[in-house]
Write a protein that binds this ligand. Structure first.
Ligand code: HEM
Length: 360
């Protein structure tokens, strides 16, 4: 046995894929491009079925928009110097939009679901990564209401989506044969008391500067005092929007924006967002404050404006490049799917430069 191991080591056979990756190192698996294209095909098929003309086409994922709200995105002055990179380089206050959503289209808010928070920071100088958006003055951050994602890679996600698209029976069979997926699905689908008390996670990693990798998290500064409503109380289907309206009519709300550094590539992998990066192993480090302003946001015009915006993890400065297979897939998926829905709605895609770009 020992001789066989020495022989394999000498010839390099069998060991190439077993070496520990370096910090921030990506290892694209075979078949990733084909899986990404398959997902795009399935998503287009689903939108065509769900929104036959002349219905307005919504996002395939996160179509239920609770609201688009104004927030100041404030970079802290005293962050550790190694993290002062890209948008975090200098203490500055940016205008931003935050779009809150549910993953599922028509469900009442009380039903377990994955929730979304997408942030568009405005006034960000420097060339951005996506073709056609290089000179846009915006940068996006995309969060969901957990710290882990449901599949390891786009291939896994494509297989899941394919089974869901085929039939309920196929989807059930897929879950039966993928027990880990069931556990993760149950974990990411949650009930929440309100949107301002949620702990948000990027779930997937991002480059920071030249060779660091981080995940992002946004946590409420003060825990919410509201509780999950009781089904018996005849709760409104859209109680999350109603509570957001009520909360922001009263006061500004503060959230804290953190980065979590990748320390050990084995326990904190780049290529598997199902794996939690444990805060005990690498604590969250605060880099910005989000001040969600006291405001009225719930008008039909502002709802439509938010619906027409596009957010992508890839719309960022290159020093914040998304990492890992799920993120690599999202580059083409978000660009193509946003263009697809805008085309079907005969609407132009546009990036705002400031709050002033929106006029009721
Ligand atoms: C392979 C995996 C994924 C696929 C196929 C996928 C697909 C999509 C699509 C098609 C959209 C709508 C794009 C548009 O029309 O503008 C979207 C939006 C969104 N996704 Fe994903 N996604 C994936 C992974 C993730 C992950 C890991 C997160 C975790 C943060 C996430 C969170 C969101 C959120 C919050 C939105 C709504 C953004 C907005 O408000 O516009 N997705 N996704």
């Amino acid at each position: 046995m020992r001789n066989l191991l020495i022989l394999l080591a000498l010839t390099g056979l069998g060991f190439t894929s077993c070496t520990t990756p370096k910090i921030a190192e990506e290892r694209p698996p075979k078949g990733e491009k084909a899986a990404t294209e398959k997902i795009i095909g399935l998503l287009k098929e689903r939108l065509e079925k769900d929104y036959p003309a002349p219905a307005r086409t919504k996002r395939d994922a996160h179509p239920k928009q609770h609201g688009l709200v104004k927030a100041e995105f404030i970079i802290e002055p005293d962050i550790p110097s190694q993290l002062k990179v890209g948008i975090f380089r200098e203490a500055k206050t940016y205008e931003s939009w935050i779009r809150y959503s549910n993953l599922s289209p028509g469900n009442p808010d009380l039903k377990k679901d994955s929730r979304g928070m997408a942030i568009k920071v405005m006034g960000v100088a420097g060339k951005k990564m996506l073709p056609g958006l290089e000179d846009a003055l915006t940068q996006d951050f995309v969060f969901m209401s957990t710290q882990v994602f449901v599949t390891k890679d786009v291939k896994g996600f494509g297989n899941l989506l394919g089974s869901i698209n085929r039939s309920k029976l196929n989807a059930a069979l897929h879950f039966l044969t993928h027990p880990r997926l069931v556990g993760l699905f149950l974990k990411v689908q949650i009930q929440i008391p309100n949107l301002l008390g949620v702990e948000w996670g990027s779930t997937t990693p991002y480059l920071l500067g030249d060779g660091m990798a981080v995940k992002y998290a946004v946590l409420p500064r003060t825990p919410t005092t509201e509780s999950i409503p009781d089904k018996k109380d005849n709760v409104a289907d859209d109680y999350l929007r109603e509570r957001l309206v009520a909360n922001l009519a009263e006061e500004d709300v503060y959230l804290d924006f953190y980065v979590q550094l990748q320390k050990d590539p084995r326990t904190m992998p780049i290529e598997d967002p199902r794996k939690l990066w444990k805060p005990e192993e690498s604590p969250f480090i605060k880099v910005a404050t989000i001040k969600v302003l006291k405001q009225t946001f719930d008008t039909p015009e502002q709802q439509l404006y938010g619906d027409n915006l596009s957010f992508s993890p890839w719309h960022a400065l290159p020093v914040h490049r998304p990492l890992g297979g799920v993120n690599r897939g999202r580059r083409a998926i978000y660009m193509t799917m946003s263009a697809f829905r805008h085309d079907r709605n005969q609407e132009k895609m546009a990036e705002p430069a400031s709050w002033a770009d929106f006029r009721e």
